[in-house]
Design a protein around this ligand. Structure first.
Ligand SMILES: [Zn+2]
Length: 393
């Protein structure tokens, strides 16, 4: 039997364009071709599958997710990482960057080791793992959000050395660039191909620009945990937020769960950055997929109340990560922010993939992994999920 499959539908969004009455040709785990029915001849040996009115698009790429189904990627077990990957795959995320949070250093290193081990244990039933995103511990205490304040601060030379020893597995590090020794660390990480992202930071605009000169390229969850306009004497100074919004050398991300940011701010980020420099992230924590209850995140207690799809610290001072999925974020920006479906899909697929320098995921194009979704045309909820040429849901 042929291993070539032709998936047809009324509407295909490749990540870059919309194809009406289109076909995606898949052989093995890769896409072979994409086009409209009349520009692309379906080979006679291909098995045909008509997905009707479902919208075919690439699987979601989430470059900032901490957990799901009760598991937390900072826990330090490969099983927690795999549970997280399974939870998000079910909801349409075919590629996921496991993200650690602030923790005692020995726990951070153990979590890194667990994420590395999880890569080799993957069975094709969870989202593709994209390396490690370290979010913590090198943050400004004043912008801690849901990170334990006593663990925050600059990385000592010994800690920097240990962190750099993980460089082959690190995809991304979020840090505060104004901390002592941070510029050297940014340079060393960037030289090793790691995406360095500013976040949980009190930096002035000029400090962000200095960090850009040595390799800072991205800003973590815009508005959440960062400096903005302040007055020093009679003068106004802008901060990391403004740098993230207006500097062309920086990409950014928003937690589009409908709680972290009001509609107007999501619209502002979209207008200023555009769909090629702004991506959606879930920032999902362990309660994603579970619902109301009390949870422990990095030693802090958080609660998800009935009727609210978001986690907050028990003292209600900060959000503690979302419980949403990339699919819900996509639906939210289309319905509430008014972003076109094409741009929303880009921001959930090809743009995050490019931000972490991956060109084999997040798009339907020859040579890319056949990770695709069939979305319901009205609700935009994923009806079916394909990972590497195989339907998994
Ligand atoms: Zn954060």
């Amino acid at each position: 039997m042929s291993s070539m499959h032709a998936y047809t539908s009324e509407r295909i969004i490749t990540g870059e364009r919309i194809v009406v009455n289109g076909v995606v040709l898949v052989e093995g785990e890769r896409v072979v071709a994409v086009g409209s029915g009349h520009e692309l001849a379906i080979p006679a040996e291909a098995q045909r599958h008509d997905l009707g009115d479902a919208i075919i698009c690439p699987g979601f790429v989430d470059i900032h997710a901490h957990g799901g189904d009760g598991a937390d990627c900072t826990e330090g077990t490969p099983e927690a990482v795999l549970t997280t990957a399974r939870r998000h795959l079910r909801a349409g995320t075919t590629s996921l960057l496991p993200t650690t949070a602030t923790a005692p250093l020995e726990c951070v290193w153990r979590a890194f080791d667990a994420i590395i081990a999880a890569h080799s244990l993957q069975q094709g039933d969870g989202a593709r793992l994209l390396g490690i995103h370290a979010e913590g511990n090198w943050f400004a205490e004043s912008q801690r959000g849901a990170h334990a304040p006593e663990l925050l601060g600059p990385a000592t030379p010994e800690v920097q050395e240990r962190l750099l020893s993980y460089a082959p597995h690190l995809t991304r590090v979020t840090l505060a660039p104004e901390l002592e020794g941070a510029l050297g660390l940014i340079r060393s990480l960037a030289e090793r191909g790691v995406l360095v992202s500013g976040g949980h930071s009190d930096a002035l605009y000029a400090e962000v620009c200095r960090a850009m000169a040595v390799g800072l390229r991205h800003i973590t969850h815009l508005w959440s945990g960062m400096s903005t306009v302040r007055r020093i004497g009679p003068k106004r100074f802008s901060g990391m937020l403004e740098a993230g919004l207006v500097e062309e050398g920086l990409t950014g991300e928003i937690i589009a769960d409908g709680y972290h940011l009001p509609t107007s701010l999501m619209k502002m980020a979209y207008r200023l950055k555009g769909p090629e420099k702004l991506c959606l992230v879930s920032d999902a924590m362990q309660a994603s997929g579970l619902g109301p209850g009390e949870y422990n995140i990095g030693g802090l207690s958080a609660v998800v109340e009935a009727g609210y799809d978001v986690a907050v610290l028990v003292d209600r001072t900060a959000f503690a990560g979302s419980v949403s999925t990339m699919g819900q974020c996509l639906q939210h920006v289309v319905r509430m922010v008014g972003i076109s479906l094409l741009d929303a899909v880009r921001m959930a697929t090809v743009t995050p993939a490019r931000i972490i320098n991956r060109h084999d995921i997040g798009r339907l194009a020859p040579g890319a992994y056949a990770d695709l979704l069939a979305l319901a045309p009205d609700s935009l909820a994923p009806r079916r999920v394909m990972l590497g040429g195989r339907w998994v849901n």
